[in-house]
Design a protein around this ligand. Structure first.
Ligand code: GLN
Length: 492
């Protein structure tokens, strides 16, 4: 079969269960596509063909023996931030180019236990810091909709593999929009769960108080299948929450759009850099939801102007602390011929980290230093609390909050925006991480250059089922999520 990559996760699952095709055939199909098409997209850092075929054979045996889960035999790609035993895990950095983890991240282990077949590890911004996946060491991943544009970031490889049909779904992580923004740039559905819903064990840390893994796929239904595997408490991650996990697939029709109160933050639609096409597409999608019975309610989120400065203090502060472990002694890159310990630290870190990461370590170290801790870090934490309270107040009168996922569509590769311009592009996503809330991106059309636009829906804590359900119903009534980039239509 030459069109297996067009099937949804449910269709793939049914096809495997009904012996219409085997996991080996499916896996070979994807490996062939990767071999032919990934040279153009440059999304994979590591392709694990041999292991994938062995996993596929094991999956086929499990299916035959009646021991399969609904996802047994389905291929997946992992963001290269999730540790994989025996396979290198780089976090997109020269620093970890030779790092082979002795264990699997919990998300990876759960995937294996569910019978998923790992196709490989995909590119990202270095240590998940960035919005373009223009990686200084591994090169730029391309946006499947237009190869001259970025796929977004930091989970840009995860978005690109799905949008080019080089994997049916992928894992991503979102510390400040890194699932939602690339999903938006590549026309996909991506869910950032509530902080604590998905285990962070074995997920290389960027900003630990915000890091959260989640699914990236074509539709809410596809995401729900992966979310069922990813979610849940993990004794190995003290920040994961002991709370019952919903059956996200069973709940896809659990929330009625009829009567759903959608908050429209006034401030969000008056942001200076908001592109006219993005605004128009998002408004059209809200109109559609209104036709389906939703009630649009104008709300205030008064802290909007504080999002970028607050996030860009707290995230680098945590990063500077987390990245201290990469000093050339225990993990990763070590410089040649150090003359003494200080030289080893200095050169290993300046040679091993790219410019953006170094910049953030410097900013974070400054914000945490004795003389400035109160003025910057503590102040930012106080503002963070106000941002959270702003959301909680809004949720007293609405069920979900609507926003663009990003003020623009995908940037051109090499656009070389200044840090401030780049950081302002995160205005719609980062407050969700500061507050620990769940949010989803859904594709809602295209701009004048045929680049995808995304609608973001932000929910209250633990409302993943509701978000997936609302998007699922929108996707039953529209077909934006079924549109494919030309490169995805190419056959291998
Ligand atoms: N653009 C955000 C940043 O650079 C993305 C972070 C993320 O979610 N990993 O911090």
């Amino acid at each position: 079969m030459s069109d297996l990559h067009r099937l949804s996760i449910r269709e793939l699952s049914e096809g495997l269960a009904g012996a219409k095709f085997s996991s080996r055939e499916l896996t070979e199909h994807y490996l062939k596509r990767i071999e032919k098409i990934d040279a153009k997209v440059q999304s994979y850092i590591t392709v694990t063909a041999e292991q994938a075929l062995a996993q596929a054979d094991a999956a086929d045996a499990a299916i035959k023996a009646g021991q399969a889960t609904v996802l047994t035999g389905l291929p997946i790609a992992h963001k290269d931030i999730f540790c994989t035993q025996g396979i290198k895990t780089t976090a997109g950095s020269k620093m970890l180019d030779n790092f082979i983890s002795p264990y699997d991240a919990t998300v990876v282990a759960k995937g294996k236990a569910a019978g998923l077949v790992t196709l490989g590890k995909v590119n990202m911004d270095e240590f998940a810091m960035g919005s373009t996946s223009e990686n200084p060491y591994f090169g730029s991943t391309k946006n499947p909709w237009n190869l001259e544009h970025v796929p977004g970031g930091s989970s840009g490889g995860s978005a690109a593999v799905v949008a080019a049909d080089l994997a049916p779904f992928a894992t991503g992580t979102d510390t400040g929009g890194s699932i939602r923004q690339p999903a938006s740039f590549c026309g996909l559905t991506g869910l950032k769960p509530t902080y604590g819903r998905v285990s962070r064990f074995g997920m290389i840390a960027y900003a630990s108080s915000m890091d959260q893994g989640g699914p990236m796929a074509r539709s809410a239904e596809d995401c729900a299948y992966l979310m069922n595997v990813m979610a849940g408490h993990d004794a190995k991650d003290s920040t994961s929450v002991e709370k019952e996990v919903d059956d996200y697939v069973a709940n896809l029709n659990g929330t009625s759009v009829k009567g759903l109160r959608i908050g429209i933050p006034k401030q969000y639609f008056n942001v200076a850099g908001l592109d006219a096409d993005v605004k128009a597409r998002v408004e059209e999608s809200l109109k559609k939801l209104e036709e389906m019975g939703a009630i649009l309610v104008e709300i205030d989120l008064n802290m909007t102007d504080s999002y970028v400065p607050t996030y860009y203090l707290i995230a680098p502060a945590e990063a500077s602390s987390n990245l201290q472990r990469f000093d050339g002694v225990r993990y990763g890159y070590r410089c040649e011929n150090p003359v003494d310990l200080m030289d080893l630290y200095k050169r290993s870190r300046s040679e091993g980290f790219g410019k953006e990461v170094q910049q953030r370590i410097l900013i974070g170290t400054y914000a945490l230093s004795a003389g400035y801790y109160d003025a910057y870090y503590v102040k930012a934490q106080k503002v963070r609390r106000l941002i959270q309270q702003d959301f909680l107040k809004a949720f007293e009168s609405v069920d979900v909050i609507a926003a663009p996922a990003a003020p623009t569509t995908a940037y051109k590769i090499g656009a070389n925006l200044s840090p401030v311009e780049m950081y302002l592009g995160d205005i719609y996503t980062i407050a969700v991480n500061l507050a620990g809330l769940p949010a989803i991106n859904a594709p809602v059309g295209f701009d004048k250059n045929n680049l995808p636009v995304g609608l973001q829906l932000i929910g209250n804590y633990w409302s993943e089922s509701q978000l997936l359900s609302v998007v699922h119903q929108y996707q039953q009534a529209t077909d934006w999520h079924t549109k494919r980039a030309a490169i995805a239509e190419e056959n291998a």
